[in-house]
Write a protein that binds this ligand. Structure first.
Ligand code: SF4
Length: 351
């Protein structure tokens, strides 16, 4: 007698899951064809362009991404042009999107595609996932959107739809919650037409199954939705309680000379390659010129900026930059904000 073993990496379907066979895929994809927004990355099958859009969309809203995406493709139209670019140019073009590690990983992924795959995105999802900075979601997005492979994906929008579909009360950011969502996505992914199906699930989360006040009355998958039937949609999905943010203090120097400012290039993991105001080891015994707060991972940082003389000699990561050139310099977002505030104060004082 033959025995069958479930592969360890394939999670079992969630016990509350409605049978995938009865899921109204056609109603969902018909709704998508009727109601979906026209977005530039939906009009292409180019895996490079799709990868760029997916990386940009990871922490940024659609409306913000569109002009960045178009500028990026005009400057770096393919893996080869991006792989050949200097990191400084890559980071400069990314300015305004934040989370610069995404730009660095995209740059590294382009270099790997050129050096290992002859400049063309591999089709095998395992090879896509092996590229720098590409996780399970992004690999599924590229494989299904560019190659129409039956790969599942779970992003924030899909997680919300599936949690409600299952009436899943387990926190979606827990290991068990993630396993349940991916198991459901695997069981729903169609053998053919995954490109439209995955796009439709994401769009449903963006337009109908919204975080607040989901429009269940207009939803094409309502008849399969356990949360809608149980009246729990608005309370889902659940998340683990948030950790309180630890407070951090950051002290930096403000050193100007003939409309040039002294800046420090970062070499550590955080903000590597970007420029910022030079760090001071401790707060000087003077009043700061400016303080501002910004969030950083699980911390709230209070940045205090103090007037300082230039050290002599300058250490190797310090350099003078003309104020007029800062627009093209990859600066960290909070330090750019501090510099702009201080410059505008000084202009007002001078005026
Ligand atoms: S029926 Fe309501 S809760 Fe269920 S998927 Fe549709 S919009 Fe979301």
């Amino acid at each position: 007698m033959e025995t069958f073993h479930l592969a360890k990496s394939v999670p079992k379907p969630h016990p509350q899951s409605p049978p995938a066979a009865t899921f109204p895929r056609r109603a969902l994809t018909a709704w998508f064809r009727r109601a979906a927004r026209v977005l530039p990355w939906r009009c292409t099958r180019d895996p490079y362009a799709i990868l760029v859009s997916e990386i940009m969309l990871q922490q940024t809203q659609v409306a913000t991404v569109i002009p960045f995406y178009e500028r990026w493709l005009a400057r770096f139209p393919d893996f080869s042009s991006l792989a050949a670019a200097e990191e400084n140019d890559v980071l400069s073009l990314w300015q305004g999107l934040g989370y610069y590690s995404r730009a660095r990983n995209l740059h590294r992924a382009a270099k790997t595609v050129v050096s290992t795959h002859g400049g063309a995105m591999p089709r095998d999802p395992a090879h896509i996932r092996a590229l720098p900075g590409i996780g399970r979601y992004t690999a599924g997005a590229v494989a299904s959107f560019a190659f129409d492979l039956p790969e599942p994906l779970v992003d924030a929008n899909v997680a919300r739809v599936l949690a409600r579909l299952l009436d899943l009360h387990t926190p979606i950011d827990s290991t068990a919650g993630q396993a349940a969502l991916w198991a459901e996505a695997i069981s729903l992914a169609p053998k053919r037409g995954a490109r439209i199906f995955n796009s439709a699930l994401m769009e449903l989360g963006a337009l109908i199954c919204t975080p607040r006040a989901p429009r269940c009355g207009e939803c094409p998958i309502r008849k399969s939705c356990a949360a809608s039937a149980n009246g729990t949609a608005e309370s889902l999905p659940r998340k683990k309680p948030r950790r309180t943010r630890a407070e951090l203090a950051e002290h930096c120097a403000w050193t100007m000379h003939h409309r040039r400012i002294l800046l420090e290039q970062q070499t550590g993991k955080r903000w590597r390659g970007l420029w910022k105001l030079p760090a001071l080891p401790a707060a000087p015994h003077t009043t700061p010129l400016l303080t501002l707060e910004y969030p950083f991972t699980h911390h709230r940082v209070t940045l205090s900026v103090f007037a300082q003389r230039a050290p002599s000699p300058l250490h190797e990561n310090l350099a003078w930059h003309a104020l007029a050139t800062l627009a093209d310099l990859p600066l960290t977002a909070p330090h750019r904000r501090a510099i702009e505030k201080l410059c505008s104060c000084r202009q007002q004082e001078a005026g």
